[in-house]
Design a binder for this molecule. Structure first.
Ligand code: ARG
Length: 462
C-alpha cells in the first residue's frame, strides 16, 4: 500500500498526496455526482458480466450487487458522504463499496477503466436526458396543437420583414411552430439512435485481455451493441455534442417564438394576453405586466449555444484516446440540459395559458394593404391580366388608397375604375381577410381547411 496521504485508488507509485490546488482542479465529484445512478447501473452490469464470464466468482458478484444497492440507497437518501479526495463519482462509489462489502469490491474494476466507465455513465445520462427532452417537446407540441385547433380560422396579419404581408390564420401560425419543434424532436431521436453503442469494456483505451462479454453488458444497459473500436469508444463525445447541437437548434426555435410573444403581448400589438401565472409586475410602474418568461427563454439560447461551442473547443485538439480535458464535458451538458427543459416547460405553460385577442388580430389582419396580393390575383383571374401587369395596377391602387388615407376595401368602385376601367364590383369579394385566407388552399397554405388537416395529421402522428 502507498503512503496514507496518496490516493487510495491510484496512489501506489506516489509518495505524497496532491496539492490542494491540484485536488481542486482535478476533482469532478462536485458535478459528476449527478451520474450516480448511471454509474451504479454500469457497475452492476459489469459485475454480472464478470461473473457470467467466470472472471469473478458468483459470490463476489452477489456481494458487489448487494453492496451497490446499499450505496445507491445511501446516495438517494442523501446520507452518502462525497469526498473530493476521491475525485469523481466512480471512485467515490467504489471506495464506499469497499467499506460496505470489503475485499470483493476490489474485483469490480477488473477489465475496465474509468475511461470506459465515464463514457458509459455519461452516455446513459445523456440518453435519459434526450428522453426527457423529447417528453418536454411533445408537451409543448400538444399545447400548440390546442391553440391551432381553437383558432384554425382566426385571422391575423402574416409578416415578412415584420411588415404586414398577407393575412394568415392563427392556427397556421401555431402550426408553423409545431413543424419546427417536431423537427427538433426528430433531431433528438436521431442522436439517440446514433449514440446507442456501449463503450463499457473498451477499458483504458485498448480493450482487455480478460474474456469479457461486451455484448452482454451492452444489452443489460439498453444499448443496441457495443462500440466497435476501443480507442474511439473512450475518446468519443459526439453524443454530448449532438445533444447540445439539437438543444441549440431547439432553443433557437424557442427563442424566436419567445420574441414573437414579447412583441405580441405589447400594448402596441395586443395580439395575445399572457396569463398572470406567466407574467411579472414592475416594482415601480404599477401598470406593467411583463413577459419575463418569454424574455428568459429568448436568452437561454446564449448559454446553450455557448455550451455547444465550449465542448467543441474542448474536443477539437485532443489526440486519441482519453485526455482529462474531456472531464469538462459534463457541466456544459448538465447546464444546457437543465435549461432546455426549463425553457420548454415555460413555453408550454405560456402557450397553454395565453389568450389570443381575436378582435385585435382581425383588425390588424386587414390593415397595411394585406390583401393587395389577393387583388392582383383577382385581376389575373377575372381580367386575364399577366401577373406582372396586375402587380403594377395593384400598386397604383395601393398608392391611391394611401393618398386617401384608407385601406383597399374602402376605395369606391369609381376609384378602382379610374386606375383600371375593367375592374368590377366582384373585386370586393377578395378584399376581405376571411376570403383571403379561405382562398389559400394550396397544400400547406393558410386556409382553415388546410390548418385543420395539418392539426389532424399531427394529432395522428403523436
Ligand atoms: N472524472 C473523469 C472524467 O470525468 C473520469 C475519467 C478519469 N480517467 C482518468 N484516466 N483519469 O472524465
Amino acid at each position: 500500500m502507498s503512503d496514507k496521504s496518496s490516493n487510495q485508488m491510484w496512489g501506489g507509485r506516489f509518495a505524497a498526496g496532491p496539492d490542494a490546488i491540484m485536488e481542486a482542479i482535478n476533482a469532478s465529484i462536485g458535478f459528476d455526482k449527478r451520474m450516480a445512478t448511471q454509474d451504479i447501473a454500469g457497475s452492476r452490469a459489469h459485475a454480472a458480466m464478470l461473473a457470467h464470464a467466470g472472471i469473478i466468482t458468483d459470490s463476489d458478484a452477489d456481494a458487489i450487487r448487494e453492496g451497490l444497492l446499499t450505496v445507491l440507497s445511501e446516495i438517494e437518501g442523501g446520507t452518502f458522504e462525497f469526498s473530493t479526495a476521491l475525485e469523481d463519482i466512480h471512485m467515490n462509489v467504489e471506495a464506499r463499496l469497499k467499506e460496505v462489502i470489503g475485499e470483493p469490491a476490489g474485483r469490480l474494476h477488473t477489465g475496465r477503466s474509468r475511461n470506459d466507465q465515464v463514457a458509459t455513465d455519461f452516455k446513459l445520462w445523456v440518453r435519459d436526458q434526450i428522453d426527457a427532452t423529447i417528453g418536454g417537446i411533445d408537451a409543448l407540441i400538444g399545447a400548440l396543437l390546442a391553440q391551432a385547433e381553437a383558432g384554425a380560422e382566426w385571422v391575423m396579419p402574416g409578416f415578412t420583414h415584420l411588415q404586414t404581408a398577407q393575412p394568415v390564420t392563427w392556427g397556421h401560425h401555431m402550426m408553423a411552430y409545431v413543424e419546427m419543434f417536431a423537427r427538433d424532436k426528430s433531431r433528438f431521436v436521431d442522436a439517440r439512435r446514433r449514440m446507442n453503442e456501449c463503450p463499457l469494456g473498451a477499458a483504458a483505451l485498448a480493450g482487455t485481455s480478460f474474456p469479457i462479454d461486451r455484448h452482454m453488458t451492452a444489452e443489460a444497459l439498453g444499448f443496441d451493441r457495443p462500440s466497435a473500436n476501443s480507442l474511439d469508444a473512450v475518446s468519443d463525445r459526439d453524443f454530448a455534442l449532438e445533444f447540445l447541437a439539437a438543444a441549440s437548434i431547439c432553443a433557437m426555435h424557442l427563442s424566436r417564438m419567445a420574441e414573437e410573444l414579447v412583441i405580441w403581448s405589447s400594448a402596441q400589438f395586443r395580439f395575445v394576453t399572457l396569463s398572470d401565472r406567466f407574467s411579472t409586475g414592475s416594482s415601480i410602474m404599477p401598470q406593467k405586466k411583463n413577459p419575463d418568461a418569454a424574455e428568459l427563454i429568448r436568452a437561454k439560447i446564449g448559454r446553450i449555444f455557448g455550451a455547444n461551442t465550449a465542448l467543441l473547443m474542448v474536443m477539437k485538439g485532443l489526440p486519441l484516446a482519453y485526455s482529462k480535458d474531456m472531464q469538462e464535458d459534463k457541466e456544459q451538458v448538465f447546464d444546457a440540459a437543465d435549461n432546455i427543459m426549463l425553457a420548454l416547460a415555460a413555453m408550454e405553460g405560456m402557450v397553454k395559458d395565453m389568450t389570443a385577442n381575436r378582435e385585435s388580430l382581425e383588425a390588424a389582419a386587414g390593415s397595411g394593404f394585406s390583401t393587395a396580393t389577393d387583388l392582383a390575383d383577382w385581376l389575373v383571374r377575372a381580367l386575364n391580366m399577366p401577373f406582372r401587369d396586375a402587380h403594377h395596377v395593384t400598386g397604383s391602387l395601393v398608392a391611391k388608397a394611401e393618398s386617401r388615407g384608407c385601406d383597399l376595401p374602402d376605395l369606391s368602385l369609381a376609384d378602382m375604375q379610374s386606375v383600371h376601367e375593367h375592374i368590377t364590383e366582384d373585386v370586393f369579394g377578395v378584399l376581405g381577410v376571411h376570403n383571403s385566407v379561405a382562398s389559400r388552399v394550396s397544400y400547406g397554405g393558410t386556409a382553415p381547411s388546410q390548418v385543420r388537416a395539418q392539426v389532424a395529421r399531427w394529432k395522428d402522428a403523436l
